[in-house]
Design a protein around this ligand. Structure first.
Ligand SMILES: *[C@@H]1O[C@H](CO)[C@@H](O)[C@H](O)[C@H]1NC(C)=O
Ligand SMILES: *[C@@H]1O[C@H](CO)[C@@H](O)[C@H](O)[C@H]1NC(C)=O
Ligand SMILES: *[C@@H]1O[C@H](CO)[C@@H](O)[C@H](O)[C@H]1NC(C)=O
Ligand SMILES: *[C@@H]1O[C@H](CO)[C@@H](O)[C@H](O)[C@H]1NC(C)=O
Ligand SMILES: *[C@@H]1O[C@H](CO)[C@@H](O)[C@H](O)[C@H]1NC(C)=O
Ligand SMILES: *[C@@H]1O[C@H](CO)[C@@H](O)[C@H](O)[C@H]1NC(C)=O
Ligand SMILES: *[C@@H]1O[C@H](CO)[C@@H](O)[C@H](O)[C@H]1NC(C)=O
Length: 639
């Protein structure tokens, strides 16, 4: 009986920051690697069904359909001399002496592929999805070692825009790390070494603007102070920015370098408390087309490896870069501010221009510190280590935009979360993989509505809008709070809001801002709803366990007997609320109903009628209730 007592302790409600729903997904659109790929780069173009995955000495071209995945593997080996040299000099990193594909990017029509090539990076061009050739075409290409790292554990970022490629290379060993323009028709530029202190890059994004010349590239990274004392925080999270129109300085000042570089400190933690997360691991930006508005999501960790997400307003960041004082520079900033993007037709007086170059060269850091919206990390489940995140912006029925985050975890799961102005709601958790390795990379296709998730063993594709999963009642649809889905009153179905949906004439309802299904007006109907009891014949001396499948993890599950008000708690066992023979539970005969309460409504989930006739278990029971009943019994005894 000890195991029962122990289990009853966990029988309390699991609410708050847990996923509301849990799905185990076995899509047919999944691809298994023959040998594990511990480093994955990905390229996916919105609207296509093809995912390019860079692995070890290989590029996988994966064509997804709803029935399965067709794959083509393009070999990309490094030359043997490079491998031999690598093994001789990089003994501790010997496993990394191969050609790991680190960059897959389309720059206009040029598909650029770069790999570590066993410590001496190389770039190629992928032609017709089948052949790797040397890079050529319009524009120049910088050194491959400025685009791809030499070893796959050294993180790099690449971002194409307007026919140019921007690359950020993390610092490792003797390499300082850099932010560069590495390919395209514009002048190739670099960062000055003094601007970046051992940077570890986390992401990059183009911040669009209605006026082309004001377009900027933001780069997100952490700086690492090698001489920090043991009791000091060695990391500092940063945002760096440059104008895409930057064409470099003059012969005597910043000739090959950015002339518009500025950087800011980013904080992620509760207010000014000591509990700060300073190591930015990854970052994504959601922007509205042509608008300098949007949100930056940063994935941070602290010294103990705990991960959190902080959200920042792009407008706040923009304001800070436009108005803040510069660190270590006290003269007033009059006229054209250093670092601001200027159009080619607008010339700055030469003396002012040269003065500005000097300011950028020596004082590119702004004083203002960027703090998260809500002045704290997002309230997410604390038992999940997040390894990768992507985000999507969804136009809801009320014509507002809502952010949806997809968080890949250390255990190979994906959490889908709605981020509204004042809270985070975890819509669901997906268990996707046979092998529970960490999620290494993800790609999102908002246009086609797909999420690609990769671990070292598999790549899988998920539907962003999978409204049929939520159930066939209005209440279930509304309580899902999934902005992709709404209840169609006319068709009485939970459906995807179609593109170009007109809220004035349409029949779809949603309620995303709170968990409240009163919009369905089903209260009366729910009270009436009864399930037909499944009959269980019991012998007087057998022990019976009644399983009730848990659907919503935000609901409270209880058992009731014979319509009495007396409740019997669950012995939770995985995804079942199990009623077992504990003290004062008369599990002999009568009707037992499992009731789930959520959002103020009590709904009957399943019911059993126990009949004590002294005979053995009937054969019909064995084939209907039997399997789940036995499952519940088995899992209980295993504890
Ligand atoms: C993938 O799909 C594209 C476009 O439909 C096609 O051109 C290509 O041959 C396909 N590749 C494979 C490996 O099936
Ligand atoms: C790519 O395809 C085009 C058109 O089919 C062909 O002319 C060209 O030779 C191909 N290029 C390579 C490198 O195979
Ligand atoms: C990239 O493509 C755009 C549109 O097709 C074109 O206007 C531009 O000149 C191209 N840029 C480069 C560098 O090829
Ligand atoms: C790194 O930490 C050391 C020790 O606290 C400190 O003296 C030094 O100024 C720091 N370096 C930077 C660039 O902040
Ligand atoms: C929606 O439909 C109404 C009525 O037909 C129409 O007046 C309105 O312009 C439509 N709105 C949009 C955004 O299409
Ligand atoms: C749900 O919303 C309705 C109407 O806005 C309100 O009257 C009701 O109190 C809300 N219910 C809960 C549980 O918040
Ligand atoms: C239950 O009763 C049956 C029939 O009397 C008997 O064969 C069986 O051993 C009993 N089981 C237990 C667990 O006592």
């Amino acid at each position: 009986m000890n195991s029962f007592l122990l289990l009853s302790i966990f029988a309390t409600v699991i609410a708050g920051k847990s996923p509301r729903l849990k799905f185990v997904v076995h899509e047919r659109s999944r691809f298994h690697f023959r040998t594990p790929e511990n480093y994955l780069s990905m390229f996916h173009q919105d609207g296509s069904d093809t995912l390019y995955v860079g692995g070890r000495a290989k590029i996988y071209v994966l064509n997804f359909t709803d029935r399965g995945v067709r794959d083509l593997q393009i070999p990309a080996a490094s030359d043997q001399t490079a491998i031999d040299t690598c093994k001789a000099k990089a003994a501790p990193l010997e496993l990394e002496c191969d050609n790991f594909i680190t960059v897959l990017q389309k720059v206009n029509d040029t598909f650029i592929v770069c790999g570590t090539n066993a410590g001496s990076p190389r770039c190629w061009m992928l032609v017709n999805d089948t052949v790797l050739t040397d890079v050529q075409g319009n524009g120049q290409i910088g050194s491959a070692s400025d685009i791809s790292p030499a070893y796959p554990s050294q993180k790099s970022i690449s971002l194409p825009t307007d026919g140019s490629l921007y690359s950020a290379m993390s610092s490792v060993g003797g390499h300082a790390g850099s932010i560069r323009r590495t390919f395209g028709p514009q002048k190739l530029l670099k960062s000055e070494n003094v601007w970046l202190l051992n940077p570890q890059f986390a992401g990059a994004a183009v911040i669009p603007s209605a006026e082309k010349y004001k377009e900027e590239v933001y780069v997100f990274f952490s700086e690492f102070n090698k001489t920090a004392k043991v009791d000091e925080e060695p990391f500092r999270a940063r945002i760096g920015r440059v104008c895409t129109g930057d064409e470099g300085g003059i012969r005597s000042l910043l000739p090959e370098s950015w002339t518009t570089f500025l950087k800011a400190r980013v904080m992620c933690g509760a207010g000014n408390t000591q509990q700060q997360y300073n190591n930015m691991k990854q970052a994504v930006v959601l922007t509205a087309q042509d608008k300098r508005a949007g949100v930056l999501y940063g994935l941070f960790s602290n010294a103990w490896g705990r991960t959190v997400i902080c959200a920042y307003s792009i407008e706040d960041i923009d304001q800070a870069f436009s108005n803040s004082k510069l660190k270590g520079y006290s003269s007033p900033l009059t006229g054209n501010r250093p670092g601001m993007c200027v159009s080619k037709s607008h010339s700055i007086p030469e003396n002012q221009y040269i003065k500005n170059l000097g300011v950028i060269r020596y004082n590119p850091e702004i004083e203002d510190v960027i703090r998260p919206v809500g002045v704290a990390p997002l309230d997410l489940p604390t038992d999940d280590q997040i390894t990768h995140t992507v985000a999507d912006i969804v136009l809801a029925v009320n014509e507002e935009h809502y952010s949806v985050l997809y968080l890949g975890t250390e255990q190979g799961k994906v959490l889908k979360a709605l981020h509204t102005s004042d809270e985070v709601f975890i819509i669901s958790q997906y268990s996707l993989f046979h092998n529970e390795g960490p999620v290494l990379n993800m790609a999102i296709d908002s246009q086609k509505g797909h999420l690609y998730v990769g671990t070292a063993m598999e790549v899988q594709r998920l539907q962003l809008a999978d409204c049929g999963r939520y159930g066939d009642t209005c209440r279930e649809c509304i309580l899902s709070r999934d902005p992709y889905c709404g209840w169609d009153k006319a068709r009485r179905k939970c459906i995807v809001t179609p593109p170009g949906y007109n809220a004035t004439t349409g029949t779809i309802i949603q309620n995303l801002d709170q968990s409240n299904s009163s919009i369905c007006g089903e209260a009366a109907a729910l009270k009436q709803r009864r399930t037909s009891p499944k009959e269980v014949l019991v012998q007087s001396n057998t022990t019976v366990f009644l399983p009730c499948p848990v659907h919503s993890f935000h609901a409270t599950y209880r058992w009731e007997k014979d319509n009495c008000n007396k409740n019997y708690p669950c012995l939770f066992s995985g995804d079942f609320c199990v009623l077992g023979p504990v003290v004062s539970t008369p599990l002999r005969e009568g009707v037992f109903r499992c009731m789930a309460t959520e959002d103020g409504f009590k709904v009957e989930v399943i019911s059993f009628r126990l009949v004590n006739d002294g005979r053995l278990l009937s054969a019909s029971l064995g084939s209907t209730v039997g399997p789940s009943l036995l499952l519940a019994v088995a899992t209980l005894w295993l504890h």
